[in-house]
Design a protein around this ligand. Structure first.
Ligand SMILES: Cc1cc2nc3c(=O)[nH]c(=O)nc-3n(C[C@H](O)[C@H](O)[C@H](O)COP(=O)(O)O)c2cc1C
Length: 185
C-alpha cells in the first residue's frame, strides 16, 4: 500500500502533522510526503500548454507528484485552517491539478483515467468555527485526483488544546489508519 501525504502547513511539527504522525504509527506500507511550503512547486501559470498537449510543461517537483498520483492507493491532505480555507500554499499546489480538469472535462479525453484512491482530510484550527470553505475545497481536490473521501478528522480549538492532546482526533487518526489498512487487504 502506498500513501501520499500532502501537508498544507508551514509547521512540520505542528498540529496538522501531529495527527498524521499518530496515523503513521498504525498505517501499513510506504509513505511519501509533499510539504507544500517547502517543495519546489510553482502555481499553475495558465500557460494553456495542457489544452493542446498532455500533462504540464512546468518542470518542477510537481512532475514527481503527477507520477505518484497515478500509483498511490491513498492521499491524505492535512492542513491548518487559514481564514476558514485550506492554506494558500496548498491551494497554489492544487492549482497544478488543473491539467487533470482540462484533460477530463474540457478535452473529454476518455483514455484519461487516474488511478482510483482513498482520500482522507485532516484539518486543524485555532478556533472552533466550521471550516466549510476548507472542506469544500478539499472535496474538489479529491475529485480532481480521483480520490474517494473516507472521512475528515478535525482538531479545532488548538489555541487552547494542541492537536497532540486532542484525544478524540488522535483516536480517529488510529481508526482511519486501520481502516485504510483494511481497505487495502
Ligand atoms: C494566517 C492564519 C490564519 C488562520 N485562520 C484561522 C481560521 O480562520 N480559523 C481557525 O480556526 N484558525 C485559524 N488559524 C489558526 C491555525 O489554523 C491553527 O493554529 C492550527 O492549529 C495551526 O496548525 P499547524 O500547526 O498544523 O500549522 C490561522 C492561523 C494563521 C497563521
Amino acid at each position: 500500500m502506498k500513501t501520499l501525504i500532502i501537508n498544507g502547513s508551514p509547521r512540520k511539527k505542528g498540529d496538522s502533522m501531529a495527527i498524521v504522525d499518530e496515523m503513521l504509527k498504525y498505517l501499513d506500507g510506504e509513505v511519501k510526503f509533499i510539504h507544500t511550503y517547502y517543495a519546489d512547486i510553482s502555481p499553475c501559470l495558465d500557460c494553456r500548454f495542457c489544452m493542446k498537449n498532455s500533462g504540464c510543461c512546468i518542470d518542477d517537483e510537481m512532475q514527481e507528484v503527477y507520477k505518484l498520483l497515478s500509483e498511490v492507493d491513498n492521499v491524505i491532505i492535512t492542513s491548518p485552517i487559514y481564514f476558514s480555507e485550506l492554506t494558500g500554499k496548498l491551494l497554489s499546489f492544487a492549482s497544478r491539478l488543473q491539467t487533470y480538469y482540462v484533460q477530463r472535462v474540457m478535452k473529454k479525453d476518455e483514455s484519461f483515467k487516474l488511478k482510483e484512491k482513498n482520500g482522507l482530510l485532516i484539518l486543524t484550527g485555532g478556533g472552533d468555527g466550521k471550516p466549510t470553505p476548507a472542506i469544500d475545497r478539499a472535496g474538489i481536490i479529491f475529485r480532481f485526483i480521483n480520490a474517494k473521501s473516507i472521512g475528515t478528522i478535525m482538531s479545532l480549538n488548538t489555541n487552547n488544546v494542541s492537536a497532540t492532546h486532542d484525544q478524540v482526533a488522535l483516536a480517529q487518526a488510529r481508526e482511519y489508519a486501520l481502516k485504510l489498512n483494511e481497505l487495502h487487504k
